[in-house]
Design a protein around this ligand. Structure first.
Ligand code: SF4
Length: 512
């Protein structure tokens, strides 16, 4: 097995940095369906450019490289313990090289292991099979979309859809509801992996395994094939749109499996996958561990550029913001404005927000821009020598902001934050604070980690490093950081509007 380590490292690197062809094709269709000039179309332009950048630089497509989940089939007699050990070594090496973000956090102490290894991480499933080769599939599914997974226990009453019974019509309602409840928080357009039946735990596992199918395949079960096609068509009539900005492209795939259930249970388990649908696989020679074949790829077809034209083009109507910001500057902004930030900002997510509730900030945040982001950072040079040590940003897209809803209003008021950047929007408490204090919420494009990393001119410093790389407070200087005002200082929220409109669309589908 002399090639096993290099084969697995290559699998991880390619999965994290190079979107598979079926997802590229689906995203091209989604972008083509969107109305030019809309916010969703702009978001898709940035997303497509980001996919190209990730491939060019071999950098993570999204900064959240997810929970590495391996599904391995081995011939009888192959040593699975040895394969698991090498998988763990490859994961640690990929993390060291900046292809994976350190994502393994001790659930009791909150400590990040720093190398993606820890209790039950990475996730590795083994199965034996009759073939001669080893088959390894990897899926990197990030936290934003993982948080939008949902499980229904039928019968159930669903918002805007009424009662979902224990039949296929009930399942249909669940799946439309799953797309609606995700809004932009799971970085739409997304894909659904679905399991009808089984028990709670295995149902979720089987739902995730549906994501191993290619987006363009046809379900061999005609009933499920029909339901998949219906959901894809109907979900794209809801109007969620890319990043939840409203639009025609909400779903790029729906893959459904069915498993037997207990008489008393009827679960519908949904694995919601974001547009950054990273899964690949390899066949390995069982004697040497060398790659004999890539799965999900056609070796005869070269990887095509995704961006249309020049990608995201500036119109000249963008509002330039140079922090520190004044109250008057942010009160002049309104929902729908596109801003370009030139200057300094601070990152802060879950741990930083919790810290700020009890402690003063380590920096002056008056007039600041606070970016909900857990970047991938690499330290170059000698870490003990400040003359040579230097942090570089490898990936830096926005994280889901709703997690900070319990804290954000207080952080804005207490410390004078004038702009918060994240994705998916925030709730009523934050909206009220934006209005009272004079601040805005800016929606970045979720998953556009390479696009945003290129806007970072310099890492000026880091605070609260004890929280680990993704959770630390990074002080960066950016140039041309593009985002869209989705919650303004006048009480307007694009997210609340889209949620209401798409809810009405669900009701219309119900009546149709
Ligand atoms: S694209 Fe969005 S949901 Fe997907 S991993 Fe990245 S941040 Fe999370």
């Amino acid at each position: 097995m002399e090639f096993l380590a290099t084969s697995l490292l290559e699998l991880i690197t390619q999965t994290a940095t190079n979107l598979p062809p079926d997802v590229r094709a689906a995203m091209s269709l989604a972008a083509g369906a969107e109305t030019p000039g809309t916010q969703s179309a702009q978001a898709l332009d940035i997303i497509l450019s980001n996919v190209d950048m990730a491939k060019e630089d071999e950098g993570p497509i999204c900064q959240d490289t997810g929970m590495p989940t391996f599904i391995v089939h081995t011939p009888v007699g192959v040593n699975q313990l040895r394969i698991k050990k090498v998988i763990r070594e490859a994961v640690a090496e990929a993390t060291r090289c900046g292809k994976l973000r350190p994502n393994s956090v001790d659930s009791l102490t909150g400590k990040n292991s720093g190398d993606n290894l820890g209790e039950e991480t990475p996730v590795v499933h083994f199965e034996q099979w009759e073939e001669d080769e080893i088959d390894v599939r990897l899926i990197l599914k990030g936290g934003g979309c993982e948080n939008k997974n949902i499980q229904y226990s039928l019968p159930s009453n669903l918002d805007h859809l009424g009662r979902a019974d224990r039949n296929l019509e009930g399942v249909r309602k669940c799946l439309l509801h799953a797309v609606w409840q995700a809004q932009g928080q799971g970085c739409a357009p997304g894909a659904l992996g679905v399991c009808i039946g089984s028990d709670r735990a295995h149902g979720y596992d089987l739902a995730k395994r549906q994501l191993l199918r290619t987006l363009d395949d046809t379900n061999p079960n005609p009933t499920l094939a029909k339901l998949e096609a219906e959901i894809l068509e109907e979900a794209n009539r809801l109007g969620v749109g890319a990043m939840g900005f409203g639009g025609k492209s909400s779903l790029i795939g729906c893959k459904i499996g069915a498993a037997n259930r207990l008489p008393a249970s009827f679960f519908v388990s949904v694995a919601y996958e974001c547009w950054a649908f990273r899964r690949l696989g390899v066949r390995l020679d069982a004697a040497t561990g060398a790659i004999t074949k890539w799965l999900y790829r056609d070796p005869a077809r070269k990887v095509e550029r995704m961006a249309r034209g020049e990608g995201f083009a500036l119109t000249g109507r963008e509002v330039i913001l140079t922090p520190p910001l004044t109250e008057a500057q942010v009160r002049a902004l309104k929902v729908g404005d596109v801003v370009l930030i030139h200057g300094e900002m601070f990152t802060g997510r879950d741990n930083v927000h919790a810290y700020l509730m009890k402690n003063p900030p380590p920096v002056d945040m008056n007039g600041s821009v606070l970016y909900h982001c857990g970047p991938v950072m690499l330290q170059e040079g000698n870490p003990d020598d400040p003359r040579t040590s230097r942090w570089t940003v490898k990936a830096a897209g926005p994280t889901t902001s709703s997690r900070e809803e319990p804290y954000q209003a207080d952080v804005i008021r207490r410390y004078g934050v004038r702009a918060v950047i994240g994705k998916g929007g925030m709730g009523a408490k934050t909206l009220a604070a934006l209005k009272d204090f004079g601040a805005v919420y800016l929606n970045g494009i979720g998953g556009a980690a390479q696009y945003y990393a290129r806007t970072v001119e310099q890492v000026l410093g880091v605070h609260l490093m004890e929280f680990g790389v993704p959770e630390a407070m990074w002080h960066i200087r950016v140039k041309g950081f593009a985002a869209i005002v989705t919650m303004d200082a006048h009480g307007n929220s694009l997210h609340a509007d889209i949620e209401a409109k798409t809810g009405a669309a669900l009701e219309a589908l119900q009546e149709a």
